[in-house]
Design a protein around this ligand. Structure first.
Ligand SMILES: Cc1cc2nc3c(=O)[nH]c(=O)nc-3n(C[C@H](O)[C@H](O)[C@H](O)COP(=O)(O)O)c2cc1C
Length: 282
C-alpha cells in the first residue's frame, strides 16, 4: 500500500492480535524506519526501539492492569524523547509516522499512553533521566475476531465516532466553522486530521484557516484534568503531533508545499492553546 491517504483511512487501533509471528523481513523494514532520523518538527531528540517482551514482564504488566486490553503479540515499539518544549508534539508526530509505516506493511498497532508501565519500557530502552517515555504500541497481525474486552473499550471510548468537520476546523476566527468543498486543495489534509487517533478519542485538535491564504493555525482544546494527570506526559499534546503528521504527509502526497512555523495570530482564542501554524506556499 503506497498512498498515505489510504493508509491513514485504513488504520484503526488493534488490541487483539493473531499470535502469528511478524516475519523477519517485515521486522527489518520496521527496524530501518526506526533507525532513520524522524526530523521532528520542533527539533526534540526522539528515539525508538523494537522490543520483545518476556513472559514474565507480560505477566507483570497484566497484573498491573496494563495489558488486559492487549493480547496475542510479544512485539512492541517503544520510544523516548528528551524533555523540552513541545517534546510531546514531536514524539506524537514521530511515533505516528512509524505507526503509519507499520499499517502500510499490514500490521496492527495501538497507541498506549494511558495505563502503561513506563518503568518496564524505560528499563528496556535504557532511558536516561532526561528522557520521557510518552507511549508505546504493540505490533502484530490483527486477529480475525476481536475479544469482548476490546469491543467494550471501543464502545466506551466511542472510537468509531469523529466530530464533524465544522466542529474542528474554523475560518478567520475560532467561532466561524470552516466550510470547504471536497475539491478544495486542503480538504484532504484536514479530513485526514479528522480521522486521526487521539487519546480516549477526545479529538482535541482545532485548526483555523486564515481567509484567502493557505495558512492553518493549530490549537489544542485541552481538557486540563485529563491532560495533566500524568504530569510531564501530556497525551493531548501527543494528539497534536499526530494531527501534524497526518496533515503534513497528506499535503506532501498531494504535492502541496509548505512548512511549520510559529506565527500565532492575534485573536480571541478563549481557552485554546496555540501550538503551531502550517504555511502552505501559494
Ligand atoms: C496518545 C494516545 C494514547 C492512547 N492510549 C491508549 C491506551 O492507553 N489504551 C488503549 O486501549 N487505547 C489508547 N489509545 C487509543 C485510542 O483510544 C484510539 O486511538 C481512539 O479511541 C480512536 O480509535 P481508533 O484508533 O481505532 O481510530 C490512545 C491513543 C492516543 C492517540
Amino acid at each position: 500500500m503506497s498512498s498515505i491517504i489510504e493508509v491513514i483511512k485504513k488504520r484503526s487501533s488493534v488490541r487483539t492480535y493473531s499470535n502469528r509471528k511478524v516475519a523477519k523481513d517485515v521486522q527489518e523494514k520496521i527496524q530501518e524506519h526506526l533507525q532513520s532520523d524522524c526530523q521532528s518538527p520542533f527539533g526534540s531528540q526522539v528515539r525508538f526501539q523494537l522490543i520483545q517482551t518476556t513472559e514474565n514482564e507480560r505477566q507483570e504488566l497484566k497484573e498491573l492492569g496494563t495489558y488486559g486490553t492487549i493480547k496475542g503479540t510479544h512485539l512492541f515499539i517503544t520510544g523516548a524523547v528528551k524533555r523540552g518544549p513541545k517534546a510531546m508534539e514531536d514524539f506524537g508526530y514521530c511515533l505516528e509516522k512509524i505507526i503509519l509505516t507499520a499499517t502500510g506493511l499490514g500490521l496492527g498497532t495501538c497507541w498506549l499512553g494511558g495505563s502503561l508501565n513506563r518503568s518496564t519500557f524505560a528499563r528496556k530502552m535504557k532511558a536516561t533521566e532526561e528522557e520521557l517515555i510518552p507511549a508505546v504500541t504493540p505490533l502484530g497481525y490483527p486477529a480475525e475476531k476481536r475479544r469482548l474486552i476490546e469491543n467494550t473499550v471501543i464502545v466506551l471510548a466511542g472510537s468509531r465516532k469523529r466530530k464533524q468537520f465544522g466542529e474542528l476546523f474554523f475560518e478567520q476566527d475560532l467561532n466561524r466553522p470552516l466550510e470547504m468543498k471536497e475539491t478544495e486543495k486542503y480538504f484532504l489534509p484536514l479530513e485526514m486530521v479528522r480521522v486521526a487517533p487521539s487519546a480516549s478519542n477526545k479529538q482535541p485538535w482545532r485548526i483555523m484557516k486564515e481567509t484567502g491564504t493557505d495558512i492553518y493555525h493549530f490549537y489544542l482544546k485541552e481538557n486540563p484534568l485529563y491532560n495533566r494527570i500524568l504530569g510531564e506526559i501530556k497525551l493531548q499534546n501527543l494528539d497534536i503531533g499526530i494531527a501534524m503528521c497526518h496533515f503534513e504527509l497528506t499535503a506532501k502526497e498531494l504535492g502541496l508545499g509548505g512548512k511549520w512555523e510559529i506565527s500565532e495570530p492575534d485573536l480571541e482564542k478563549g481557552n485554546l492553546i496555540y501550538i503551531t501554524s502550517w504555511n502552505g506556499k501559494n
